[in-house]
Design a binder for this molecule. Structure first.
Ligand code: NAD
Ligand code: UDP
Length: 348
């Protein structure tokens, strides 16, 4: 386990979300004081239930598009819905969160001289012509498409990080996160791994968009948290951007087949139209992370999927594990989100 050895006060925006809750847990485990700021748009109290009574944990319900005054040593800026279904639900809010939220997080960093890490994304590469993607590639993003609130929002957030660094000397770090999955993804998250697992466990059709030949590279959450903390505590002046992700690449059809096999499900694959601007291929080149952070992912897909399947089977009463416990995803539904729990891009 890496990270800082001396006790710090750490702000995690988006701390009640999928990645944020794992990060808060990890930082508390390292002995730090953690302040979680979240507006619960896609996150939930259930995700951080076990942390609420922790003496070094503090929860602030706050929307990061509004200013926040707080004194901390470190800021992880994770606040932003990550699933296409959720970030497209209120596109204006998504870009506001990325721009205004990042300005507010940077404002804190500037005022109290805190180090700040931006959770950026592989989406800054858009639908890439360069494969695998290296940090030096500037990307191919549609600036006016349905994904641009997120993609361009994250690109603007990277720009803000660099400008606050150049203009005000803020100590910034940029991590470009590639598709990450694991326990605590919401049932209605809409991203591919949770969708396929929940569909398979329920015996529903597995919805592959397009022909399923598009590729993604899936990183297990524990590996990602290790990468994010390593980046945060990397040497001063190493800004990145650095790719964090698992370079093992899979077609979406193969992912569907793997999930069906691993769950022993009777589900059938059905094909649905590919949403606009859906990237054809995605795989990180993680040479920089290996060299500068001594980091590379350790959890292979099948191992990570097994843990995620186990998590979702305990959440779903219909797969025979007893009454549905209060847990992540339970009872959480945003307007327009499918009652079935699993949310598809074609439900709207
Ligand atoms: P998530 O949706 O589970 O978590 C996002 C959290 O941010 C939620 O708790 C949500 O309630 C909170 N939030 C959203 N808008 C907010 C606002 N205006 N004010 C305060 N809180 C707000 O998603 P995640 O997968 O945990 O992603 C976390 C971060 O990592 C995001 O910034 C995302 O863009 C980035 N990222 C994630 C992935 C991935 O595969 N998980 C990939 C690339 C980038
Ligand atoms: N996808 C799919 N079925 C689903 C959900 C997603 O085939 O039920 C596809 C989606 O079109 C994309 C890939 O899986 O090609 C990854 O989608 P996700 O929403 O997880 O993340 P993205 O990488 O597109 O942001």
């Amino acid at each position: 386990m890496r990270g800082s050895s001396h006790r710090q006060r750490i702000l995690v925006t988006g701390g009640a979300g999928f990645l944020g809750s794992h990060l808060c847990e990890r930082l508390l485990g390292e002995g730090h004081d953690v302040v979680c700021v979240d507006n619960f748009f896609t996150g939930s109290k259930e995700n951080i239930l076990s942390l609420l009574s922790h003496p070094r944990f503090e929860l602030i319900r706050h929307d990061i598009t509004m200013p926040l005054f707080i004194e901390v040593d470190r800021i992880y800026n994770l606040a932003c819905p990550a699933s296409p279904v959720h970030y497209q639900y209120n596109a204006i809010k998504t870009i506001k969160t990325n721009v205004m939220g990042t300005i507010h997080a940077l404002g804190i960093a500037k005022r109290v001289r805190a180090r700040i890490l931006q959770a950026s994304t592989s989406e800054v590469y858009g639908d890439p012509e360069v494969h695998p993607q290296r940090e030096t590639y500037w990307g191919r993003v549609n600036p006016i498409g349905i994904r641009s609130c997120y993609d361009e929002g994250k690109r603007a957030a990277e720009c803000l990080m660099m400008d606050y660094h150049r203009q005000n000397g803020v100590d910034v770090k940029i991590a470009r996160i590639f598709n990450t999955y694991g326990p605590r993804m919401a049932l209605d998250d809409g991203r591919v791994v949770s969708n396929f697992i929940v569909q398979a466990l329920r015996g529903e059709d597995i919805t592959v968009y397009g022909e399923g030949t598009q590729t993604r590279s899936f990183c297990y959450v524990d590996d990602m948290i290790e990468g994010l903390t390593a980046m945060m505590e990397s040497e001063r002046g190493f800004i990145g951007p650095v790719n964090l992700g698992n370079p093992e690449e899979f077609t979406i059809r193969r992912l569907a087949e793997t999930v069906i096999k691993m769950t022993g499900s009777s589900s059938k694959i059905v094909y649905r139209p590919l949403p606009p601007d859906d990237p054809v291929q995605r795989r990180p080149d993680i040479t920089l992370a290996k060299e500068r952070l001594d980091w590379s992912p350790r959890v292979p897909l099948e191992k990570g999927l097994a843990k995620t399947i186990d998590y979702f089977s305990k959440l779903l009463p219909e797969v025979g594990t007893g009454p549905r416990p209060a847990g992540p995803g339970s009872g959480r539904r945003k307007p327009g989100v499918s009652k079935r729990g699993v949310r598809g891009k074609h439900d709207r």
